[in-house]
Design a binder for this molecule. Structure first.
Ligand SMILES: NC(=O)c1ccc[n+]([C@@H]2O[C@H](COP(=O)([O-])OP(=O)(O)OC[C@H]3O[C@@H](n4cnc5c(N)ncnc54)[C@H](OP(=O)(O)O)[C@@H]3O)[C@@H](O)[C@H]2O)c1
Length: 437
């Protein structure tokens, strides 16, 4: 059997998972590739730290360049993260003629163009299935399974930390801070959770989905982003009363010949499939113009699930190498140029959506009339209102659901409402998706 040498850089959570799957599924992997994968070495900064997966001393290296510069190594797996020097390491690996596999969504979403250009120039390849939704092979779905479709929309629950927090707030009545603390205790959230809870991680993944699904390279900074840290249990409870659940969604959707790219907490119908995705799980809903709506569900992170996705890329490359075929298929120009309709970003202010507004107001007559007056002046019509009993100090939460309105108008209305003397806290504004089944 032909041997193909691979080198791993980063022996953290996912790196260890890769070594584990290589060992445990060796027979299946070799049979499916028709070649033997040989781990030439693993580079990491710190070998004193205790790991969950053991590794022979002779394989432990301190510098990834020892693998990149080894002419025998064909595939480099980068599982370090978006740290200084890592982008250069990927570029250097590609220029050295290596095929590269990475899970580095942060790096690809910010520097994708540069890295893909390096792959193109050096006639090499970079594969990145594990960068979105962990164990769910969603990038292969977009590239292969749905390749004949024009994608109309993608809605993803792609951050397990946020989904866990929202599930706990919804089902156990926890406030945001309590649910976050619980997620941290269980290892589902980092000590500094900002990248997850502020939607940064989901936006990184969305930028990759936008490339693969629509062929558009929307810079990460241009993706509208709002996290979950300002949500209160009250919002989830009110949403439920109105027949919705709140999920952090990464949304890419074609409207009026333009592409929407946004990440924000979203009210979705309680009986939609995405609404039933609980805990740390991920799901991606893709609507293709021929396949119709399809849904992909599973574990979005973690050692094993992510390693499964990394290895799917390694195996595809290795199979091609073993059969003497240039990998070729995922060439970046293939999907970057795949924008036959010249889709441009839809400015957020043009979004048309129903909205949820929650505001704490003084418990006095005429309050609703003042707010309704502002909404009417901004050409926004009210669908429903919930007003509960007064809480402490005569403050009362008012929840309003609007009919479809234009984002620009709702933002103006929110600014005007926030200026009212009877308003005690800034308006909580959430968007509603009604098209999900
Ligand atoms: N964890 C997941 O579930 C998951 C899911 C999907 C995608 N990903 C992506 O997968 C990648 C790896 O994530 P992870 O969770 O496995 O991270 P991790 O546990 O922090 O592992 C990264 C490892 O790389 C080491 N490292 C840092 N700089 C290095 C360098 N210059 N050369 C060699 N090794 C270096 C780190 O050492 P130190 O700790 O000493 O710095 C650490 O052992 C990231 O891009 C992440 O976004 C992770």
């Amino acid at each position: 059997m032909k041997e193909i040498k691979i080198g791993l850089i980063g022996f953290g959570t996912v790196g260890q998972g890769v070594v584990k799957v290589l060992r445990e599924n060796k027979k299946e992997i070799e049979a499916r590739i028709g070649a033997r994968l040989v781990l030439a070495g693993v580079a990491d900064k710190d070998w004193r730290r205790k790991r969950r997966v053991s590794l022979e001393k002779k394989l432990r290296l301190s510098d990834g360049y020892l693998l990149i510069e080894d002419p025998g190594v064909k595939i480099i797996i980068e599982l370090v993260g978006d740290f200084p020097g890592v982008k250069q390491m990927l570029v250097d690996a590609l220029r050295a003629g290596k095929y590269v596999v990475t899970a580095n969504k942060a790096l690809l979403s910010r520097h994708g163009d540069e890295v893909f250009a390096a792959a193109k120039e050096s006639n090499s390849e970079i594969y990145f299935e594990a960068s979105v939704a962990g164990g769910i092979p969603i990038l292969r779905v977009l590239r292969e399974g749905l390749a004949a479709n024009k994608i109309k929309a993608i809605y993803g629950i792609v951050n397990g930390t946020c989904n866990y927090i929202l599930t706990r707030m919804d089902e156990s009545g926890l406030e945001y801070g309590q649910a976050l603390k619980e997620a941290q205790e269980k290892g589902y959230a980092e000590a500094n959770p900002a990248a997850d809870v502020e939607g940064v991680d989901a936006a990184h993944k969305l930028s990759i989905l936008l490339r693969l699904g629509f062929g558009v390279g929307i810079p990460f900074e241009k993706i509208f982003r709002k996290g979950i840290s300002r949500l209160s249990h009250l919002d989830l409870q009110a949403a439920k009363e109105l027949g919705y659940r709140v999920k952090l969604l990464a949304i890419a959707r074609v409207t009026d010949g333009r592409i929407e790219a946004r990440v924000h907490p979203t009210l979705i119908p309680q009986d939609s499939l995405l609404a039933s995705v609980r805990g740390v799980n991920n799901a991606v809903y893709v609507n293709g113009n021929f396949a119709g709506p399809t849904l992909y569900y599973g574990r979005g992170a973690g050692m094993d699930a992510t390693a499964s996705a990394v290895m799917s890329d390694v195996m595809e490359l290795a199979r091609n190498i073993a059969q003497g075929r240039p990998p070729g298929r995922l060439r970046p120009e293939g999907y970057v140029a795949l924008n036959p309709h010249g889709l441009k970003l839809q400015p957020m202010e043009n979004l048309v959506s129903p909205y949820y507004l929650r505001v704490w107001v003084k418990d006095q007559p005429g309050v609703l009339a003042q707010i309704a007056g502002i909404l009417a002046r901004c050409r926004i019509s009210i669908n429903s209102v919930i007003q509960h009993e007064a809480h402490d100090q005569d403050a009362v939460p008012l929840v309003i659901i609007t009919h479809k309105a234009i984002e620009k108008n709702i933002q103006k209305a929110v600014r005007d409402i926030n200026r009212l003397k009877i308003v005690l806290n800034p308006v909580q504004l959430l968007r509603i998706e009604t098209e999900l089944s």
